[in-house]
Design a protein. Sequence first.
Length: 73
Amino acid sequence: MKLQNFTQQDGYRFELVFKNGEIKNADLKNLIGHYVELNELKTARIDNEWGCLEFKNGCVDIEPKTLYRYVTS
């Protein structure tokens, strides 16, 4: 399930909009906290081809399937 849009909220909390229209709010700290510092969260972007959520110019990314599974479990 590809990511379509996102909004960073407070800290590691994000609102995520998936291509199927689902909107999920999630704290991603457990998923990316060891790789992305709080001050690096502003580097978040979507890879348009893969639908990944990327940080640090693509050095850290979350595969859409992994991200969707994380926020829906």
